[in-house]
Write a new protein. Structure first.
Length: 63
């Protein structure tokens, strides 16, 4: 699944570790989500959505 996570993170001047800490996941998980190698669970997708104050559909895009 494609996503805008890297762009949203960069807009806030966060590195992957900053985002990982905010979400309670590892930096490797953030990297895997950003590169499309891992699709987040629904609860994690909601945490990402809440953190960026955007609907899930604005972050995660259909292929």
């Amino acid at each position: 699944m494609k996503n805008r996570l890297k762009v949203l993170r960069a807009e806030r001047d966060w590195n992957q570790q900053d985002l990982a800490d905010a979400l309670g996941v590892s930096r490797q998980s953030v990297n895997a989500i950003e590169t499309g190698k891992y699709d987040p669970s629904l609860p994690l997708a909601f945490r990402i959505s809440d953190l960026f104050a955007l609907p899930i559909e604005a972050i995660f895009l259909r292929d």
